[in-house]
Design a protein around this ligand. Structure first.
Ligand code: ATP
Ligand code: MG
Length: 415
């Protein structure tokens, strides 16, 4: 993509009410636009990052047998009444509205109820189980506070997966597979070392639910970790019994701030029973279905990545989620040199390298500052001076390392 073509420009100013580092950097660099507190639009650069994150998650969900689909945002009140989750006393994040005829509706903050109801039409025999479905969807939640930028949205993208299993054992096998798949996701986006599977409350049918918590000062949660053993415990469940079970003492734990990037639950058979989903077993008997629910906050994850990988100059995208692999920055003015820069851009593009080409007529200092802010992993500077030696300059955003590469060797050097 040519930068002169990109409608977004970098900004010096951010909205006055924006206190979070992730949103400030993303707004300045032109990745997101703030509509209001907790509500952000994803601009072309931001969308590229989101799609990269989604693709990683998609690959890992497909690898454990997930089938992707997409549910509706508009939901029926009666389904949530069946499980006692319609009332604002029980769920405090509902956005609700009504049809012209007065029928009340809710906007999806989660999807266990509607998906379980949908499954009544498709899961009928024990042969249909297990079944795993997932979606990427914009969730709407009337969050009380939204001060963490894209880490806490009132509108945000979640990957939510649901498992329907025949018995506890079948459920557990998949639950364990999800833990492994989630750890792969967080490792692939560069957060492996700082993300912990954390024991927490909230599992109504098991002693614990599992949260995936990433250490960051911008986080809203507090957990206790042992980095060596890579063990983490949520404050709520910290007790002598739990410590004993995990084989750690309180002094071996460090208190850290974290952001919850994922959460997985076992609903047992209760939710399917409440909603009337059961299947016919091998002997013709009615069998209850086990439900598991597994979320990853896609936009929150993007925010955590920015919090984690940035410096005073801007963002430092990890390779796997960077909007482009190469930022080709041209300082050429003479038509002969410009033709060489253009040709290099074409060559990289043709070879399938994702390139942002800064072809703008701007000062070098401005171009470099923008490039640092946007944070693409590899910057290639092509200038009249470097071309005198038939060379270009490679500069790595993360290490700051610089090398000179012959113009004709650029593609091989990248590969
Ligand atoms: P939190 O305690 O942070 O409010 P939650 O327990 O309400 O999270 P879940 O309902 O389990 O979250 O949602 C699954 C995942 O969706 C979370 O692990 C988190 O990554 C993400 N998420 C939840 N709420 C938000 C939000 N308001 N904005 C962005 N991501 C969110
Ligand atoms: Mg919440």
């Amino acid at each position: 993509m040519k930068q002169s073509h990109l409608f977004t420009k970098t900004k010096k100013e951010v909205p006055k009410d924006e206190a979070s580092k992730n949103a400030q950097l993303l707004i300045k660099a032109g990745f997101i636009y703030k509509e209001m507190a907790g509500v952000y639009a994803y601009l072309p650069l931001g969308l590229r990052v989101l799609e990269k994150i989604k693709q990683i998650v998609r690959e890992e969900m497909d690898a454990i047998g997930g089938q992707e689909f997409i549910m509706t945002a508009i939901q029926r009140k009666e389904l949530w009444e069946k499980t006692d989750r319609w009332s604002d006393d029980n769920v405090d994040v509902w956005f609700k509205s009504a049809l012209k005829n007065g029928t009340e509706i809710g906007f999806g903050w989660s999807h266990e109820e509607p998906i379980t109801d949908l499954m009544k039409q498709y899961l009928t025999s024990y042969r249909d189980l297990p079944t795993y479905v997932y979606q990427f969807q914009t969730k709407l939640r009337n969050e009380l506070r939204a001060k963490s930028g894209i880490m806490r949205g009132r509108e945000f993208i979640m990957k939510d997966m649901y498992s329907y299993s025949l018995n506890a054992e079948q459920h557990q096998t998949f639950y364990d597979a999800v833990i492994e798949a989630y750890l792969k996701v967080f490792a692939r986006v560069g957060l492996g070392d700082d993300t912990y599977v954390t024991f927490a409350t909230g599992g109504a049918f098991t002693q614990f639910s599992h949260e995936f918590q990433t250490i960051t000062d911008a986080g809203e949660d507090v957990i206790y970790v042992n980095r060596e053993k890579h063990i983490a415990i949520n404050e709520e469940v910290l007790s002598d019994t739990v410590l004993k079970e995990l084989g750690v003492t309180k002094d071996e734990l460090e208190k850290v701030k974290t952001a919850e990037v994922g959460n997985i639950f076992n609903f047992g058979t209760v939710k399917c029973e409440q909603l009337g989903l059961s299947i016919v077993g091998a002997e013709g008997q009615s069998v209850p279905v086990h439900l598991g629910s597994y979320g990853i906050g896609i936009t929150r994850l993007m925010g955590v990545i920015v919090e984690h990988f940035s410096d005073e100059k801007g963002i430092i995208w990890p390779n796997e989620v960077a909007p482009f692999q190469v930022h080709l920055v041209s300082l050429c003015k003479e038509s002969e040199d410009v033709a060489k820069a253009d040709a290099l851009y074409k060559q990289l593009q043709t070879a399938g390298v994702e390139v942002l080409y800064d072809d703008r007529d701007a000062r070098p200092g401005e171009k470099f500052a923008d490039s640092d802010l946007i944070g693409i992993p590899l910057r290639i500077v092509i200038s009249p001076r470097s071309l005198e030696n038939n060379q270009v300059e490679f500069k790595y955003r993360q290490s700051g390392e610089e090398t000179h590469i012959f113009y004709t060797d650029v593609l091989t050097a990248i590969q």
